[in-house]
Ligand binder design. Structure first.
Ligand code: UTP
Length: 470
């Protein structure tokens, strides 16, 4: 049998990547092992296709016909709706799992640690992970199920993420209710198609995008685990949206009633040029078009009543049928979603000197798969239009648009609205904005109606207000 080294050298040579062995003679046995392990994670069988994408520059897909999709609008009050009842019964049977993708690098936020450890809630400063954990606990208390939570991490943040959960005793969730699994990684390429070394014995690897979740579910045994537990549907959400309703009975029921393989939530776009993907029917197939792929005249187009024609922004909340992911990944070697190409700055080693080089301009191509590219492959997809102020305010940046400040404000304003709807007087400034900060534990309410149940509320509040579970 060939040694690991020989096999990998041959693969590298076949794909013109021999430079990764430049420093081999000076590496220690441990360092050699690390380099070989990195190379074992590279999908060499895909290399010719990857190199074509690296070389091609960004390609914008062409469609002859692009039309707006049909969306179901969420009723203001979903209680008493038969779809809500169906979702609740699936939750009570523990037939729905929560899937959080938290493998990203969070470079824009610039927080030192897994993004989910970032303390976001406006009064108690709860980390993002805690807000989701409390929703899962609250869902189980309300419907009587035991919802399994799968958390996707990546090589870079897996250990820290697990340690963070342990340190906080999993925010009250039992040990056996959470499973972590790691996504795959992709090498970064130089603009001329060579894998970048981040040190003499390490490839510059980064997570393969949130779309990597589908393949990772197959290869790490998550799908088999789900099947063994009778889980039929998977509620997918991302770590950066503290307003997300991760297990929404109405959405789950709608998805199940329609026999949908993949359902998605949408909110109307905030402006023509908001940087979100939009749902569109492209040459007869429903998909999410990246904002850079929606032609400008369509982004600005209006309906006869003046409303925006392409208004269905994607908020990265989906439900996937387990059998859909199984079908897609039945042959894991044959499954892949399209790669999206981004040119970024990646520090690297100078192959002549072995010195680290910090680029001052983007020097590398990173490739990522996006989960919404599974939508065109799904049967009976459904899109549910919901309310942005209730369900979407992502933390992408430290300041400015989609930042810590805007997201905290959205959480606080939502809590204030819920309090008002329960008859509590909430003070406002002369300009009509809420004054003070408000926070409601998910264990007390996951929507306004829940607040009207349970212990009585004060008639009036002011200052920083936290409404606890009891
Ligand atoms: P983003 O697209 O915002 O990327 O991820 P990011 O890596 O977190 O942040 P930036 O771009 O470096 O600032 C959206 C969601 O997808 C997850 C993230 O953790 C987040 O929940 N994600 C992204 C993954 O799980 N894996 C990836 O490879 C990329």
């Amino acid at each position: 049998m060939q040694s690991r080294e020989t096999t990998l050298r041959e693969l590298c040579s076949r794909h013109e990547q021999d430079h990764v062995f430049t420093f081999w003679d000076r590496l220690t046995p441990d360092q050699r092992d690390m380099l070989l392990s990195d190379l074992e994670r590279v999908r060499f069988e895909e290399m010719p296709a990857l190199l074509r994408i690296v070389a091609a520059g960004t390609e914008h897909p062409h469609y002859d016909r692009i039309e707006p999709p049909v969306c179901v609008r969420r009723p203001v009050d979903t209680r008493g709706d038969e779809r809500t009842a169906l979702g609740e019964s699936l939750l009570s049977r523990s037939a729905v799992a929560a899937l959080l993708v938290a493998g990203g690098q969070g470079t824009r936020l610039g927080f030192d640690g897994p993004k989910g450890a970032f303390r976001i809630s406006p009064v108690r400063q709860k980390p993002l992970f805690q807000l989701f954990a409390e929703q899962i606990l609250a869902t189980d208390r309300r419907y009587g199920g035991r919802t399994r939570w799968y958390i996707m991490t990546s090589e870079a943040n897996d250990a820290e993420t697990r340690a963070f959960f342990e340190q906080h005793r999993r925010f009250g969730l039992p040990l056996d209710q959470i499973s972590f699994f790691k996504q795959g990684s992709m090498p970064a390429f130089s603009l001329d198609g060579r894998m970048i070394l981040e040190s003499p014995h390490r490839l510059a690897l980064s997570p393969d995008g949130h779309g990597g979740s589908l393949l990772a579910m197959a290869t790490t045994g998550v799908l088999a685990d789900m099947a063994g537990r009778g889980i039929e549907h998977v509620g997918y959400f991302q770590v950066d949206n503290p307003l997300v309703r991760c297990l929404d009975p109405f959405f789950i029921g709608l998805h199940a009633e329609r026999g949908s393989e993949m359902s998605s939530k949408t909110v109307p776009k905030a402006s023509d040029d908001e940087k979100v993907g939009v749902f569109a029917i492209c040459d007869g197939v429903l998909r999410v078009l990246e904002y850079s792929d929606l032609p400008n005249e369509l982004a600005k187009a209006r309906q006869p009543d003046g409303s925006r024609r392409f208004d269905a922004g994607s908020i990265a909340v989906h439900i996937l049928a387990r059998t859909f992911v199984e079908r897609l990944t039945a042959d894991p070697a044959a499954f892949r979603l399209p790669w999206h190409r981004a040119v970024k700055k990646v520090s690297s080693v100078d192959l002549r000197t072995g010195q680290m080089v910090q680029p001052n301009a983007p020097n590398a191509v990173k490739l990522e798969a996006f989960v919404f590219d599974a939508l065109p492959l799904a049967k009976n997809p459904v899109i549910l239009e919901t309310n942005r102020r209730e369900e979407f305010s992502p933390v992408k940046n430290a300041t400015g648009v989609d930042s810590v400040e805007t997201s905290q404000r959205a959480l606080s304003d939502r809590a204030a609205r819920w309090l008002e709807s329960a008859g509590v007087r909430v003070p406002r400034t002369a300009a009509g904005e809420y004054s003070g900060r408000y926070e409601i534990s998910p264990l007390r309410a996951m929507e306004a109606a829940h607040l009207r149940e349970g212990p009585p509320l004060p008639r009036e509040v002011r200052g920083d207000v936290y409404v606890d579970a009891t």
